[in-house]
Design a protein around this ligand. Structure first.
Ligand code: SF4
Length: 342
């Protein structure tokens, strides 16, 4: 896809309708040492037709947020508060049976390692046809196979390989099969959790191209959960940055990467390897990720922040708009009566 086409795609979703709305969501995990606040009062709207990159370091809560959106948090984890609205439906109030239907048919998830999601004893054709006939009992076996073959072909795999088993495919091919499973029931929203981690750069580039094509062809909305900033810059329309289970920054790719507001995001970008570096050391962020058993007071980034002010450890900044559509959770951009440089 050309850079112009990507830019046109991005602008077309800049003001799209909201497909999924997360409101004040918290998820905790019970441990012997206490409750871990993995997702902490997160609110986020996902627009129809967009690719949203959800980034942050390991343990920041991004995968937990993805699972919570599917209502797939299992004990010792639990959603402790908040609302999940999908296409106008309140997912926190539907039964588990209804949720299974929605999960299969309209919300799809692609995991980092597809082998954990594919039954090694079932052929690919069986995975696909069973998915279709279970959710759409009126579809015949022959029609389901037909649809499965079309999908496999569309995803760039040879149709005759539909009778192979998962272990006979490479990692990149298995990712495509996972997407085919999500598309078999015409999902509206696909949440892809670190889908490119196991892929080499060539296969990764092909996979990202495919995602963009599928978004256009199937009117898909995609959430790409990743720690790989390059992948997000390449494929996403908007970016949400998480830190310590909370939203740190949200905006278009250009806003978040070229006009980064939150000091954590600035540090992340400075730490990305760059071939233009003149032999100097790569930037290293001070400190370590927070222990979510004892999230730091106020702004959770304050123990590591190079711009920390007295107010930062005392009061939590709002996740407020800096410019229309560009939000950051940082006192540097909000009125306050505390001391320190502005
Ligand atoms: Fe740094 Fe304060 Fe902004 Fe937090 S609120 S990121 S500590 S300046």
């Amino acid at each position: 896809m050309t850079q112009d086409a990507i830019a046109a795609d991005r602008s077309s979703v800049a003001t799209g309708d909201v497909l999924y709305s997360i409101r004040d969501l918290s998820v905790e995990y019970g441990t012997r040492a206490g409750e871990v606040a993995a997702v902490d009062r997160v609110s986020l709207d996902i627009r129809k037709g967009e690719i949203l990159g959800l980034v942050g370091e390991s343990g920041c809560g991004k995968s937990t947020l993805g699972k919570a959106m599917m209502r797939m948090i299992s004990p010792p984890g639990r959603i402790t508060q908040g609302e999940l609205w999908f296409a106008g439906e309140d997912l926190m109030t539907v039964s588990e049976a209804q949720m299974r239907e929605i999960r299969g048919a309209r919300l799809g998830m692609v995991f980092q390692d597809p082998m954990t999601s594919l039954n090694p004893l079932s052929k690919i054709v069986d995975h696909l046809t069973e998915t279709i006939t279970t959710h759409e009992p009126s579809v015949s076996e022959a029609a389901a196979r037909d649809r499965a073959e079309q999908l496999i072909g569309r995803l760039g795999l040879r149709v005759e390989r539909i009778d192979d088993y998962p272990h006979q495919f490479s990692g990149g091919m298995r990712q495509r099969i996972m997407i085919a499973l999500a598309l078999a029931l015409r999902a509206d929203l696909v949440i892809a959790d670190e889908p490119t981690t196991a892929l080499d750069v060539i296969v990764e580039a092909q996979f990202l191209d495919l995602l963009r094509e599928l978004r256009a062809e199937f009117d898909l909305t995609i959430i790409m959960i990743t720690h790989n900033i390059g992948v997000v810059a390449e494929v996403a329309d908007r970016v949400a940055v998480m830190y310590a289970g909370r939203m740190a920054e949200l905006g278009s790719v250009d806003e978040v990467f070229l006009d980064t507001k939150h000091p954590y995001g600035q540090g992340l970008l400075r730490a990305v390897p760059n071939i233009e570096l003149d032999g100097s050391d790569l930037y290293q962020m001070e400190g370590a990720p927070p222990n979510l058993l004892h999230t730091p007071s106020g702004c959770p980034f304050h123990p590591r922040c190079p711009h920390v002010m007295p107010i930062c450890s005392e009061r939590e900044p709002a996740f407020a708009e800096v410019t229309p559509g560009h939000r950051a959770s940082c006192w540097l951009f909000q009125e306050h009566d505390g001391e320190g440089e502005r």
